[in-house]
Design a protein around this ligand. Sequence first.
Ligand SMILES: [Zn+2]
Ligand SMILES: [Zn+2]
Length: 267
Amino acid sequence: MPTINRFVMTSAAIKVTFLGTGTSQGVPVIGCQCEVCASADPRDNRTRSALLVESQQAHFVIDTGPDFRFQMLREKVSRLDAVLFTHEHKDHTAGLDDVRSFNFLQKKDMPIYGRKHVLEQIKREFAYIFAEHKYPGIPSVETHIVDNKIFFINGLPITPVEVLHYKLPIFGYRVGNFAYITDAKSISEAEKEKLKGLDVLVLNALQHTEHLAHLTLSEAVALAQELNPRMCYLTHLSHKMGTHQNTAAGLPPNVQIAYDGLKLEVF
Ligand SMILES: [Zn+2]
Ligand SMILES: [Zn+2]
């Protein structure tokens, strides 16, 4: 485990929970009878990709996909200090309405973080949240624009990492020695520098065959070997990837397939 070369020091370990590890349709896919969609292995049941990060300073989620409410209930989450968005696609934003449960519990607005164009898209898609005259009981959020530089949530430093999702620049995030990258197809050499010396790296891997906007399994494994974290976990999987068991069998020792509910301590 690397104890030197830390990009940003944190005072304590962070705990991360994979809320969801599936691609945009989730697994199983509606109406699909394939081996993966029919699998009895709970690891082959993948809700839409999102992550919970818990540190002493802050508890936050990265993305609120369509399964956000179910994920919060499954993981019994009762505190949420912020939402960080990677990008504006629906499988990463559709569940935003349910942050109102946290508004009621915590009696304050939910800070949401994202690139300027992501927040603008959210304002269009959830126009009622931002209306001048609000209907009672709707979510209340406080928007924070993320540029490609370090920002803080309750004093916890977060480093955005810009990656390309086909031609769309989107953000992954680094916290201490942990980084979460989803929906990437490529990462520039300059941004890769932010992903050195990691304890745990999460990377997206869609399927075996080439895709315009997502890393394939072999591309993700090659990138993991290049960046060389202590451990790499793959997320945002399609049913075309194959079963968890079969896919995991062929991987190098420092690369594993994530699954919904997987929890890690990162130092
Ligand atoms: Zn996605
Ligand atoms: Zn299927």
